[in-house]
Design a protein around this ligand. Structure first.
Ligand code: ATP
Ligand code: MG
Length: 487
């Protein structure tokens, strides 16, 4: 039986009775073996800490992801050693040592392809930038684990023997795919309100479900998110957006009242009827579009914001509801919101532009001129691929014929862009000599003969690609000899 199956089926009841000692004695799952491979940097590091009389544990996301066989970039370690001691222990051994996080107890290191953070056990920590960093170190691992966000992130593996320390039953929760705080959720969320958003972030990235009590707590204390910096919120939002299917987590962020705190335009979409798509409201349509797009941050954000201008532009007329120029208003709202969330300028501009352009292809009737096609491609610039994908994914109508018609129109548009590009590429290619040089060389006046020879020179270009000026004159001479124009 695979380890995953073991956790799913056996672990919850087993762990309840025997705790984790049983688990580590039963097996060292193959997915953890790389941690204890002789000569590996993790083994060497554990040796250094042991020699200095200190404990070392792998902890947090790196343990969780190792157990789930997911890749994880950086390793997180925790230790009873204080930051000064950590620096002494790893100083000579590591290739690089980073101390930017030292006030929080964290020393970063690199060694032989391993990038890791080693943090002293902590019993208290305010992480928000708006408050003075406040950290209390601890001598007890259990205390450190109790301050972590979720039980699945609060499992520690002692090195080098891989004994699991799991006082909050994170392994059982991994098996149940459950996101639960180690302490009471009210306590956990008031200690650091960002954890409320992280709850839904992990729902999106891991596909786990949030514990009902935790969701209840978010509902009652969502406004605490106000004290959290825009940068920290932005990073969690980005991780949600890059998850395989963000819709369910986004919906939960809205319904728990969290979105109101940092992105109020999103819940406003739920109030808006959707007269065109098959969804009952604009929010549901938006979330469906998000899930359909590929997980690229710019494209996903554009999907999330594409109809954001609808509530502000709604007009009810004789022939139903209209959202006149909602893409223009939407692009402005998009830029404002992304700026407030401290997204880099380039992302703000790219997402804003995609929102601005997302309706353009719908004006494509049979009669789009070359110049309209050219302008579309030009306005989209390097975003063309993403724009076309956004427009395709925006089609969520239940009406098959209508959906197919829009799909065909987009195919046609893409073909025309490709054709135009090819033609213009060729137009940019010119034979190495021009008509004047031909006339001068042969001593003939302008006329159809010049056109004829230019055609030949151009044909050769299409056939063989670029050639030299001498070759061109040689061709002119041959042509003239045939025509007996020269002696
Ligand atoms: P990923 O790296 O995949 O985003 P992660 O779980 O490693 O997920 P990080 O933000 O890298 O998340 O944090 C590493 C670990 O630090 C977490 O697993 C958790 O144990 C702890 N942690 C991080 N942020 C918080 C927080 N706001 N409150 C409590 N614990 C946290
Ligand atoms: Mg991490």
């Amino acid at each position: 039986m695979g380890y995953r199956a073991f956790v799913d089926l056996v672990a919850p009841p087993l762990l309840g009775r025997f705790r984790l000692r049983a688990y580590s004695q039963v097996m060292t799952p193959s997915r953890l073996r790389w941690l204890v491979e002789p000569g590996s940097p993790t083994v060497e590091l554990a040796g250094l800490f042991a020699a200095a009389g200190h404990q070392l544990y792998l902890v947090g996301g790196s343990v969780r992801d190792a157990l789930l066989s997911r890749s994880h970039d950086d390793l997180d370690f925790t230790t009873d050693a204080r930051p000064e001691q950590i620096k002494k222990i790893v100083g000579k051994w590591a290739t690089a040592v980073y101390t930017v996080g030292q006030v929080f107890g964290t020393i970063g290191i690199r060694k032989a392809g391993m990038s890791a953070e080693i943090t002293t056990f902590r019993s208290e920590i305010y992480r928000d930038d708006s408050r003075k960093p406040h950290v209390t170190f601890s001598d007890r691992l259990e205390e450190d684990l109790s301050r972590r966000d979720f039980t699945v992130n609060a499992i520690a593996l002692r090195l080098p023997d891989l004994e699991a320390v799991d006082p909050y039953h994170g392994l059982a929760d991994l098996g149940r795919k459950l996101l639960r705080t180690p302490l009471d959720p009210e306590v956990a969320f008031s200690d650091d309100p960002l954890r409320m958003l992280r709850l839904f972030r992990f729902q999106a990235t891991l596909g786990f479900h949030p514990d009902e009590a935790a969701v209840e707590a978010v509902r009652s204390m969502a406004n605490r998110l106000q004290i959290i910096s825009a940068e920290r919120i932005r990073d969690e939002l980005s991780k949600i957006m890059e998850a395989p299917r963000p819709s369910r987590a986004l919906k939960a962020v809205v319904s728990a009242g969290l979105a109101d705190q940092f992105f109020p335009e999103l819940p406003a979409l739920a109030m808006e009827q959707d007269p065109v798509h098959r969804h009952k409201d604009v929010l549901s349509h938006t979330l469906a579009v998000v899930d359909k797009t590929s997980p690229d941050l710019v494209l996903r954000l554009a999907a999330l914001f594409h109809d954001i201008g609808k509530p502000a532009t709604r007009e009810i007329g004789a022939d139903g509801v209209r959202f006149h120029h909602h893409e223009v208003v939407g692009a402005r709202l998009t830029r404002d919101r992304l700026r407030a969330l401290r997204y880099p300028k380039e992302i703000v501009e790219q997402v804003g532009r995609l929102v601005f352009l997302h309706l353009r292809p719908h004006t494509l009737k049979m009669g789009w001129t070359d110049s309209a096609v050219r302008r579309y491609a030009n306005d989209a610039g390097p975003l063309l691929g993403r724009l076309n994908e956004l427009v395709r994914c925006d089609v969520t109508t239940a009406n098959r014929r209508k959906a197919e018609a829009i799909g065909r129109r987009l195919d046609e548009l893409e073909e025309r862009i490709a054709e135009l590009a090819e033609r213009e590429e060729l137009d940019r290619m010119r034979p190495p000599i021009d008509g004047n040089q031909v006339m001068e060389f042969l001593g003939i006046p302008p006329g159809p003969q010049v056109g004829e020879i230019m055609e030949i020179l151009y044909e050769r270009l299409l056939e063989d690609g670029p050639y030299s000026e001498e070759e061109a004159f040689e061709m002119v001479r041959e042509w003239a000899t045939k025509k007996r124009l020269t002696s």
